[in-house]
Ligand binder design. Sequence first.
Ligand SMILES: NC(=O)c1ccc[n+]([C@@H]2O[C@H](COP(=O)([O-])OP(=O)(O)OC[C@H]3O[C@@H](n4cnc5c(N)ncnc54)[C@H](OP(=O)(O)O)[C@@H]3O)[C@@H](O)[C@H]2O)c1
Length: 345
Amino acid sequence: MEKTNQLERTEKLVVCVTGASGFVASWLINLLLSSGYSVHATVRTDPCDSKYEHLKQLDKASEKLKLFKAYLLDYDSVAAAIKGCIGVFHVASPVPSASVSDPEASALSRFSYNLVQLMEPAVKGTLNVLKASSEEKVKRVVYVSSVAAVLMNPDWQTDQVKDENCWSDIEFCKRTNNWYCASKTEAENEAFEYSKRSGLNVVSVCPTLVLGPMMQSNANASSLVLIKLLKEGYESTENKLRMIVDVRDLTAALLMVFEKPEAEGRYICSSHQIRVKELVDKLTSIYPHYNYPKTLIEVADGDSVSSEKLQKLGWSYRPLEETLVDSVESYKKLGLLGWRYSIGM
Ligand SMILES: NC(=O)c1ccc[n+]([C@@H]2O[C@H](COP(=O)([O-])OP(=O)(O)OC[C@H]3O[C@@H](n4cnc5c(N)ncnc54)[C@H](OP(=O)(O)O)[C@@H]3O)[C@@H](O)[C@H]2O)c1
């Protein structure tokens, strides 16, 4: 850590990570432990649950990792995890796989579902984390946002690359039933508003689709995008532009914005832009025998974002091929691609 970010190496470097069981948080905890930090990590069920075994197996976990059972909507449980920390990485948030709406449910119950399942934990949960961080006088909170909080802006000029100045329009997200986008936008916005009011130092990172090897055993939403592309054998799928970042590069960015004193505001975190067809071609050249989509439907050009601000801070990323191969190999090991694909591919 550069001069341990002038957060002084002499201090006891304890940080809190919320949502420890998840894809991104697991890799972040791994990086923090290997960088010398002690970690208070929040989980939602009994810390003895086998779901957290991969965390307990990490190098230095036995001395430096402590799991706290905490609910984002229960302030006291969040505050207990943040107590004694100099920094907080707020990673936890509901991440639905596709649409969270039950198509059979009435519009009203879909609305309530979205509010309770997505908006409340994301927005009120974030405010609880920020309040507890202020009480503890932590030096910085890193909020993991998403490009979902950047892209949904119908007023942005179409020929302009979307950068950190572009915010999703919350009302537009809700009107178009993009509740995940609404939840991330409102939570990130509230985080910066809270920072202005309280003086708490908040920095956010907005990643695109996060891929890479999985440490946890249940596939998260973004890994499922690649898993399904490999094994579903769709009759057709859209030839969309995908913006991808490796989970290990993302966690390096999270640590970098925490440690660099000059980091401020939001940072878009994206490495590669690639059409689905090109992605399938790349995968096929390495793994020819998976059940790829049969037809690709051409669609209009999608959004494009820039990570220039993060790169200026010193961030760099690995080649896409490395991310793809490491992802596929991890899915194979976890048995997520089915028995037909588990041998020799
Ligand atoms: N993966 C991506 O492509 C991507 C892209 C952009 C941004 N992000 C952001 O990155 C963060 C981590 O995502 P991920 O991909 O690692 O997702 P993930 O694997 O699904 O992890 C989400 C974590 O949040 C916790 N969580 C979910 N709902 C919660 C609730 N109501 N209260 C408390 N905790 C809750 C989960 O706990 P349980 O295990 O108990 O459910 C889990 O630990 C999220 O904030 C997400 O918005 C991800």
